[in-house]
Write a protein that binds this ligand. Structure first.
Ligand code: S3P
Length: 436
């Protein structure tokens, strides 16, 4: 299957500041749920139907890896039909597993193949090859898989020779939805009981979905999971909109005067929309209405009306880590000084987001100081500038949001990287800043 439709994002985006965002917009399916839905459908024995899959390159990487493991995936409408094989049906890939830019793919697929008696070699692009992998490889080794990687096992390419796993106990040093999911996938293949604890709760799509699909996973506490051997049942799922993609429009509608925007059909999972609380603390006018539930995920719409923002302090826990670049843009337009702290993980995302946000805010004429665990941002009146994406989809879209509210014209170079999570971002934006 190819998920290439609409993958062409413009290589450069120019926006004129001050045009309000009006009307309604629908963002692509949630990327985190899409990766999980594809993997869970692959290990369910039978046919699953997924609608509204995220159409970006990251989710296409997960499709590529699953196909290389023998899973048949057929595109259908805006989703896919997956012929799941159960764990036992996965086959040794004849080539490398190409994970592209997707940390979620690499870490979760490592957990998926850890219990299979064959060799998997996982490779990524330059950015992914610099991101930490020990956090997933060490516990998989403790469970009984043989693992290795470049730089003494720290970096991709990584190698997993799976085999019989035994139930294990692992305490994550850093809360991580990706690592937790990898370990759950290993636990589902292990003999005995697996216990996973985290220093703080991370996003819980995996628990919600697997519980709804009858897999043997139990929440012992908010940061403690117990997993036994088993598989989910095949399923049908309509994937709700991605709250992290919605965040770009929501922040833009907060900071561009006279905006009045509704984002439709978004996952309202509390572990994903905590950024709304931060914006409300800054004075944003945001109303949320739940309209339904989909495989354990609340879904609804978000209505934003522009309002002057004031600075706040933001602790960077895992539930808002992906939205910190765009929250930094909100802070750049707010009255006062915002401190983002406890967010050292920002440095090991698709780019070093502490450094890249600092550089781009400086370009916009904003006073900013980088710290090892975050940023101090002195709000002001950003001026249109020439910005760079640094090969990072979220930095590209955050730059566009800044340009929408800045004075004059802003250009974001390297904008094509938005194809990683949101290929249609520029087109969807054009429709709401210029409603017909
Ligand atoms: C993700 C978890 C987070 C997030 C990433 C997606 C997931 O990463 O930043 O974009 O789908 O579980 P970590 O697990 O590294 O915190």
């Amino acid at each position: 299957m190819t998920l290439k439709d609409g993958l062409d994002a413009p290589s450069e985006l120019t926006v004129i500041g001050g045009r309000p965002l009006l009307g309604r917009v629908r963002v692509p399916g949630c990327k985190g749920i899409s990766h999980r839905a594809l993997i869970f459908a692959a290990i369910a024995n039978g046919r699953s139907t997924l609608r509204g899959l995220a159409n970006g390159a990251d989710v296409a990487s997960t499709v590529t890896c699953l196909e290389a493991l023998g899973v048949k995936i057929r595109a259908e409408g805006d989703g896919a039909v997956v012929r799941g094989l159960g764990f036992e049906g996965l086959r040794e890939p004849t080539g490398v597993l190409e994970c592209g830019n997707s940390g979620t793919t690499m870490r979760m697929v490592a957990g998926l193949v850890a219990g299979r008696d064959f060799l998997s070699v996982l490779v990524g692009d330059e950015s992914l090859s610099a991101r930490p992998m020990r956090r997933v490889l060490d516990p998989l080794a403790a469970a009984g898989a043989r693992v290795d990687g470049r730089d003494g096992g720290a970096l991709a390419p990584i190698v997993v020779r799976g085999g019989d796993l035994r139930g294990f106990r692992h305490e994550l040093a850093t809360a991580s939805g990706q690592v937790k999911t990898a370990l759950v996938l290993a636990g589902l293949q292990a003999d005995g009981i697996t216990e996973i604890t985290e220093p703080a709760p991370s996003r819980d799509h995996t628990e919600r979905m697997l519980t709804a699909l009858g897999a043997p996973i139990e929440r012992v506490g908010p940061s403690h999971l117990r997993v036994r051997a088993g598989e989910p049942t095949p399923f049908e799922l309509t994937i709700p909109g991605d709250p992290s993609s919605a965040a770009f429009f929501i922040v833009a509608a907060c900071i561009v005067p006279e905006s009045d925007l509704v984002v439709e059909s978004v996952s309202l999972n509390p572990a994903r929309i905590a950024y709304v609380d931060v914006l409300r603390r800054m004075g944003a006018q945001i109303e949320i209405t739940q309209t339904g539930v989909e495989v354990g995920e609340p879904v609804g719409e978000v209505h934003v009306v522009a309002n002057r923002l004031i600075a706040t302090d933001i602790a960077g826990d895992e539930s808002i880590i992906d939205e910190l670049p765009v929250l930094a843009i909100a802070a750049a337009f707010a009255d006062g000084t915002t401190t983002i702290y406890d967010a050292a993980e920002l440095a090991v995302k698709e780019s070093n987001r502490i450094g890249t946000v600092e550089q781009e805010l400086t370009q916009l004429g904003i006073g900013v100081e980088a710290r090892p665990d975050g940023l101090v941002i002195h709000g002001g009146a950003p001026k249109g500038a020439s910005l760079k994406s640094h090969g990072d989809h979220r930095i590209a879209m955050a730059g566009a949001v800044a340009g929408l509210a800045a004075s004059g014209e802003t250009t974001v170079r390297g904008f094509g990287v938005t194809a990683i999570s949101y290929p249609g971002f520029a087109a969807d934006l054009e429709a709401i800043v210029n409603p017909s």
